[in-house]
Design a protein around this ligand. Structure first.
Ligand SMILES: *Cc1c(COP(=O)(O)O)cnc(C)c1O
Length: 433
């Protein structure tokens, strides 16, 4: 655990060593690994709570709603934790809506985002009574009007502005440039407001912007928020009431100690307060990663060390289907051997068993020498980890375990192979179209 100075891998004080054993939120991970077997995800409830409280604290005194971006970690127990601490949800599908409602998040705290909402999804969200729709295209706006009209209700809506700023993050998680599929230009949004009186079943009174993810710099936020606020003032001057401004998520976290420098939450809050000083409505935030990334680890066991021609491969039992981020975004995750032995450093390519060259967690990573059977912790895995998991290579989904001050609870058990095949069948009957 030598790499985890100050317990940073747990996001705060939650990781440490006690009697030579790796302790995460008071739970001994080696004992847990023996009980649930590897690979598995472990999340610290204390770390998540402290992030939620820090965020509410930073925005204290404002009419603020924190709508957790469910896609970051959609386990119902994590969503329940969010509900218990006053958070709502930012959803992008009906599945996410049902998870949120099941976890006790009230519909009035749910915002529905996404470019591909279908008529069925809009109907279901209207029936559930979600707080508002973040609308991303003129077509969607008209569909919303039509669906609300046929149900005899009025849909609350915000327009997702694409502020055309460079979030200075990985291209695959940048969403606020004109060339990205998300949101509409301010010019288009202006036309929507000019014409919205004709949409008598849509109450268009909100603005929304989300410019990307893992943003480590205040500047892109400043630019985007200023554009949103300037537009809000313009709308108010032309007589439009704006009840809510949703500033999205995107706050980055420290995956790589000493390299990733996240913005201080107090600085972010000051920026928001200063920018929206004249705004009296509801401010919504949609953080995903910031609330949960550093509160989760993926625990894996070394299967073997393979000596390649000029590389050492540390083959572990977790793979890209469990944690896709390194393959998808070239993401860097801290990897910590938990054997506790004093061993010389070795540069490893840490790889999973999946039949893809991309199934690589790290290349040339210098770690204390490992052998078969050693446990390792892949840190910063609480966001976009389990929620992006698949069963590729027919590997069952791994368990998720919630830790809380020395206790643990299984919040998803390991999928069985039978469950993995459920729903598949041999052709029972052939139909003609
Ligand atoms: C993904 C997403 C978020 C959350 O982003 P993070 O970087 O995890 O905070 C918030 N809002 C919308 C619309 C999103 O698509």
């Amino acid at each position: 655990m030598q790499a985890v100075e100050g317990g940073r891998a747990g996001g705060s004080h939650e990781v440490g060593i006690r009697d030579g054993q790796p302790i995460f939120d008071g739970v001994d991970l080696t004992v847990l690994a023996a009980q649930v077997s590897t690979p598995f995800y472990a999340y610290s409830a204390q770390a998540i709570r402290s992030r939620i409280n820090a965020l509410f604290g930073a925005f204290h005194g404002l009419d603020v709603r924190i709508c957790f971006a469910v896609k970051a970690n959609s386990n119902i127990a994590i969503l329940q934790l969010m509900a218990q601490h006053g958070c709502g949800a930012d959803i992008v599908s009906l599945g996410e809506m049902q998870r949120s409602l099941k976890a006790g998040i009230p519909a009035e705290r749910v915002v529905f985002s996404g470019v591909g909402k279908t008529a069925d999804e809009i109907d279901a969200a209207l029936s559930a009574g979600v707080w508002r729709f973040n609308v991303e295209s003129a077509d969607e706006l008209h569909l919303l009007q039509h669906r609300a009209q046929s149900r005899g209700v009025c849909a609350r809506a915000a327009v997702r502005i694409n502020p055309d700023v460079d979030a200075r993050t990985h291209a695959k998680i940048s969403t606020g440039k004109a060339e990205n599929k998300f949101g509409v230009s301010i010019d288009e949004a202006r036309r929507w407001f000019a014409e919205c009186a004709a949409l008598d079943h849509v109450q268009l009174d909100g603005l929304h912007a989300h410019i990307g993810s893992q943003i480590l710099d205040l500047e892109p936020f400043r630019q985007a928020l200023q554009r949103v606020e300037a537009f809000r003032r313009e709308l108010v001057q032309s007589g439009h009431a704006i009840a809510s401004v949703d500033i999205g998520g995107g706050l980055g976290v420290m995956y790589r100690p000493g390299v990733d420098m996240p913005v201080e939450i107090a600085d972010y809050a000051s920026l928001v307060r200063a920018t929206f000083a004249d705004f009296k409505g509801t401010l919504a935030l949609e953080p995903g990663r910031w609330l949960v990334a550093e509160a989760g680890v993926l625990v894996t066991r070394a299967i073997r060390v393979k000596h390649g021609t000029d590389r050492q491969f540390l083959v572990v039992d977790a793979a890209m289907n469990d944690l896709l981020r390194p393959s998808l975004y070239d993401a860097w995750h801290e990897i910590v051997p938990m054997h506790g032995r004093d061993e010389p450093d070795v540069a490893y390519d840490v790889v999973g068993p999946v039949c893809e060259t991309g199934d690589t967690f790290a290349q040339g990573r210098v770690l204390a020498r490992c052998e078969a059977g050693d446990l390792l912790m892949i840190a910063g895995a609480g966001a976009y980890g389990a929620s992006m998991g698949s069963t590729y290579n027919s590997r069952p989904l791994p368990p998720e375990v919630l830790l809380d001050d020395g206790r643990y609870a299984i919040i998803r058990r390991r999928q069985t192979i039978t469950e993995m095949m459920a729903g598949e069948q041999f052709p029972q009957a052939w139909h003609e179209t």
